[in-house]
Design a protein around this ligand. Structure first.
Ligand code: IMP
Ligand code: MG
Length: 179
């Protein structure tokens, strides 16, 4: 295999399926927040492509914010310890905040973020996740908008990485099991 070809196992969600779901989600969000200004918080780096596609189809006044999060421990022994590496640039007090996340796995990252954001007194706080792996959940978190529920497989593409690679794939794919 050449280095220009991604070494994926199979495409789980195609580019067309993603585009269709992003369109549906943006319509739902536009209707749910009608008449309001919305603060879309992108969780770097994984959600950036989803965020960029989604926000361009939301027909509301939108404020853009970014946070970067890292969690300690590897993903099989998730410690649940989460660190905020880059914080919101502006206050969210009194704002309608929608967190845009790539994937909810154990739920620890999102639980931490929601608790942290709630202390800043937003008018409302909801979550939109592209992918949900419910079978991996260790802590209960409410998801308001979900793109796709997927089985317990490690996925890459459309923003999601494995060792910082594959984020640029236009689809969601699984990787071959390391031999
Ligand atoms: P949680 O705190 O366990 O819910 O972790 C969520 C974070 O783990 C996501 O924001 C991703 O960065 C990462 N993650 C979890 N599952 C996958 C996957 O299948 N592919 C790529 N990243 C993943
Ligand atoms: Mg992430």
């Amino acid at each position: 295999m050449s280095i220009t070809e991604p070494q994926i196992k199979r495409i789980l969600i195609s580019q067309e399926e993603i585009a269709q779901r992003v369109k549906e989600l943006s319509q739902q969000i536009t209707s749910d927040y009608a008449g309001k200004e919305l603060t879309l918080v992108c969780i770097l780096k994984g959600a950036v492509i989803f965020w960029a596609d989604l926000c361009r189809q939301i027909q509301l006044p939108v404020l853009s914010e970014f946070v970067a999060i890292s969690s300690y421990g590897n993903r099989t022994t998730s410690s649940g310890v989460v660190k905020l590496d880059y914080d919101l640039a502006h206050s969210i007090e009194g704002k309608h905040v929608l967190i845009i996340e790539d994937i909810i796995d154990t739920g620890h990252t999102l639980a931490y973020l929601k608790e942290n954001f709630m202390t800043r007194k937003p008018a409302s706080l909801k979550v939109c996740a592209l992918l949900d792996k419910p079978s991996r959940r260790e802590i209960e978190v409410v998801l308001d908008y979900v793109g796709f529920r997927i089985p317990d497989e490690f996925v890459v593409g459309y923003g999601l990485d494995c060792g910082q690679k594959y984020r640029n794939l236009p689809y969601i794919a699984t990787l071959p099991t390391p031999s």
